[in-house]
Ligand binder design. Sequence first.
Ligand SMILES: NC(=O)c1ccc[n+]([C@@H]2O[C@H](COP(=O)([O-])OP(=O)(O)OC[C@H]3O[C@@H](n4cnc5c(N)ncnc54)[C@H](OP(=O)(O)O)[C@@H]3O)[C@@H](O)[C@H]2O)c1
Length: 316
Amino acid sequence: MSDFGAQSTTDEVLAGKDMSGMTVFITGGNSGLGLETGRAMSAKGAHVVLAGRDQSKLDEAVAAIRAEHPNGELETIICDLGSLESVRKCGADAAERFDKIDLLINNAGVMACPQSMTADGFETQFGTNHLGHFLLTKQLIPLIEKGAARRIVNLSSRGHHFAPVDFADPNFETRSYDPWVAYGQSKTANILFTVGLEQRFAGGGVHAYAVHPGGIQTNLGRHMTEAQSAALIERVSKSDPDFAWKTIPQGAATQCWAATAEKLEGTGGVYCEDCHVAEISDQSPKSGVRSYALDKSNADKLWSLSEELVGESFAA
Ligand SMILES: NC(=O)c1ccc[n+]([C@@H]2O[C@H](COP(=O)([O-])OP(=O)(O)OC[C@H]3O[C@@H](n4cnc5c(N)ncnc54)[C@H](OP(=O)(O)O)[C@@H]3O)[C@@H](O)[C@H]2O)c1
């Protein structure tokens, strides 16, 4: 299925590609995998828009990419995914500033934070990782439909194995909060959203891909105590004795692959890991995608719930 694998890097996956003339919009573009994706695509000539919630961090990210590629076509845009108002403002700003978006990389994320709520009262991980991206994608879809590549990549995680979406209580109002169940739920939502996008927009040539990047040491672990980190590493090593951390360029390779691979042309609604489309597995702790995360009726339920929660319909 793919010439690339777990050790492939962004530069290897994008080798030989000319991305000039393409506009790439990356959420969480100031850090970790988003920044690396921006760097690698800028090196291939793409017009890269780094989205984030903190202008000074975005400026630092642009400076870091420019240090390597002084002529990179880079822009920044403010988008706090934990605020529907900020997401709507970002959508309006993008509509004014850009003619089209070829690739939308919904990469930003927060993991295993203490129980808290977004500005609109959603549990922080479900609200930021899923609902913020749901509304942002709705805002940006008219620009994506004007693009040539028309791909949307949603960063999920193998953490989706931890939990399906609880449609009755997505915000932990009646069940007790567990940071990993909340992360797992949000990352399952990223895959179901991918399925929902594919169902609605593939007919118009827009395709969506969910990605597990691997295990990479980035700022994502910022909410974990040392004890929680150690427990996570022990859990991962037990379930996958071959587990190895990826470098950031290896970690960002799968999203670059999903965004550009010719082999994926005309298909979507799939979950990718290690630069290939993963198999469905309801058992393996080491790899694969759970069937509940690809289930079309779950995808429809999540779509309706998300429309209700953000207060807007999102139709093709
Ligand atoms: N690293 C891994 O091992 C791993 C494994 C599986 C999946 N993933 C997924 O990969 C994606 C990228 O993670 P990473 O490892 O690169 O982590 P990272 O270095 O922590 O980057 C996360 C990015 O998301 C942004 N973000 C968080 N909350 C936001 C909000 N409310 N509004 C806008 N932006 C927000 C952060 O911005 P600030 O700097 O302003 O906080 C940062 O730019 C995430 O979706 C994560 O779930 C990562």
